[in-house]
Ligand binder design. Sequence first.
Ligand SMILES: *Cc1c(COP(=O)(O)O)cnc(C)c1O
Length: 350
Amino acid sequence: MSWPGLIDYYRERLPVRDLAAVTLHEGNTPLVEVPRLAARLGVEARVYVKYEGLNPTCSFKDRGMTMAITMAVAEGASAVICASTGNTSASAAAYAARAGLACFVIIPDGNIALGKLSQAVMHGAKVLAIQGNFDDAYRMVMGVAERRRVTVVNSINPYRLQGQKTASFEICDTLGRAPDYHVLPVGNAGNITAYWMGYTEYFESGVTASKPRMMGFQAAGAAPIVLGHVVENPETIATAIRIGNPVSWKKAEAARDESGGIIDMVTDAEIMEAYKLLAASEGVFAEPASAASIAGLKKLTDAGRIETGSTVVCTLTGHGLKDPNNAIKSCPEPVRVPAELDRVLAVMGI
Ligand SMILES: *Cc1c(COP(=O)(O)O)cnc(C)c1O
């Protein structure tokens, strides 16, 4: 039987009763062991990446969106709305199309990766690009929701986190245990909250015998949780985590503290180095925000924080093709050669 999507697979652990799922068969993403990358980082642990870029719209947002849209349909909604740095809008637009709902997305003008924008428009969402950042877009969404009957599908929607927690279930089901460390990027902090919820549920129902330490990483120019205050003008190349006032701030701190983990930050230079290293050493292509987890693992390793022999999972939140401009910019250009064999061989240098 083919994978039915995460709602049908984990239905008894989700608050959906017997509702028909709005699904694009999201979830069941590969957990890829990355020994070459681990060696390059100098970490003597078993390192895996949870490759969430292989979801239907190429980010983990689909896990939450299948739940949010399924519930919106059940509640009789006719339209959904979200603010987004890109991936939420791509996912909301796709699942709304699947369900026959109207979709409105509010994005920060000019700060959204090309692949994500192309998805939102192709799936027929009404896209409003505002002159402001994500936090401004989010304020607009909450204002609209007060005045009009639209369902907000940002992660304030509790069903989003319910869907997202299934990534933890999949990791434990695949490994046969919980990892020792879970490393992931932190933007609005919904995902770290959801993973912790999933690990805790499996632990409390006796499926697993332990829980991981949650190790979250913000971008240095957008690190409100690390700094302990709102960042008015967040800046980072990793646009998916360019957030100055995270919606799930308190819950993320709880996940950090209950798990004995940390929330730290990595610079854009560290993110870009990890971004290229992952793609070149393992054949796994993730967008810059995702690489914050790899940069974070490097930082932890350099600080001697990862014990030899431990099991580490890093979430790669979105696919590298979401943001082709950053990829092209960060690598040498193709060498232009005439169509002559001798010239080709000379350039190849082998
Ligand atoms: C949404 C997103 C994040 C941040 O997740 P939060 O739940 O907001 O912390 C990180 N990376 C990518 C690619 C995303 O789309």
